[in-house]
Design a protein around this ligand. Structure first.
Ligand code: ATP
Ligand code: MG
Length: 237
């Protein structure tokens, strides 16, 4: 479904963030993208979603294809319309707007049938429906994480990219976030890539694991082959 081939990325013409990274996502898979701070996880997700030019980042080599179409050079909105949603780290939304308005704004990708999708989203996240007039900025970290995933769903993505959804959440909330990701994958057949540092819960649902280190792929393995010791070897190298 997604094929990143020999991609290198530089920021500001100088800082090499990725070097010859190849990364493939099969339709229907759940890919865990692991690696320590600064490994390049966010950069890789932003390269796929077309977000790098906004940060003086540039793909200097390689190609990125989604369902055989080249994504390099495409505008993020065009990439979103093709069916890719990136939920960035930092839980970005319009904090001074209501939950309802945030979800409606997020439907710009596919404005048709927004009302039907809103119902579906409230099915996955009932609390959002119960407090739909609440200002987004008043939500807890876990609730905000759910909101930004729900906003991505409003665009009917076929490939969902999640950047560190568990950051700063309590273990119970982390469990809840991954439960909902698992359900969306199972019920909607959505293909998912999740970038995290280490999350045992993620390895339970993953079909494929990539570990990045210093801008390169240090390991590509089946989840059963990835244990704490293997990760520590990469993280400490
Ligand atoms: N906007 C930017 N401008 C310049 N350098 C950047 C920028 N964003 C990231 N980098 C650099 O690129 C490298 C990869 O960073 P990236 O954010 O992709 O790592 P990460 O694996 O997502 O880390 P973390 O787990 O901390 O989120 C780092 O050396 C970082 O300092
Ligand atoms: Mg990151």
């Amino acid at each position: 479904m997604l094929e990143v081939s020999d991609v290198s990325v530089r920021y500001d013409g100088a800082i090499a963030a990725l070097q010859d990274v190849s990364f493939a996502v099969r339709e229907g898979g759940v890919v865990a993208l692991l690696g320590p701070n600064g490994a390049g996880k966010t950069t890789l997700l932003k390269a796929v979603a077309g977000m790098l030019p906004f940060e003086l980042g540039e793909v200097t080599e390689g190609r990125i294809r989604f369902e055989s179409a080249e994504l390099l050079g495409a505008h993020p909105a065009a990439i979103a319309r093709r069916g890719i949603a990136l939920v960035q780290d930092g839980r970005q939304c319009f904090r001074n707007l209501s939950i309802d308005d945030n979800l409606r704004a997020a439907s710009f990708v596919h404005p048709k049938n927004a009302a039907t999708r809103l119902d579906m989203v409230f099915g996955y996240f009932p609390f959002l429906g119960e407090m739909r007039q609440r200002q987004a900025g008043l939500l807890s970290g876990g609730q905000l994480q759910m909101l930004v995933i729900a906003m991505a769903l409003m665009g009917s993505p076929r490939l969902l990219l999640l950047d560190e959804p568990s950051l700063g959440l309590s273990p119970v909330m982390v469990q809840a976030v991954f439960d909902v990701v698992e359900r969306m994958h199972r019920d909607l057949g959505m293909t998912v890539v999740v970038a995290e540092q280490t999350v045992p819960r993620l390895l339970k649902i993953a079909t494929d694991v990539y570990v990045l280190s210093r801008g390169g792929v240090a390991m590509h393995a089946a989840p059963a082959e990835v244990d704490e010791a293997a990760l520590q070897r990469v993280y400490l190298s």
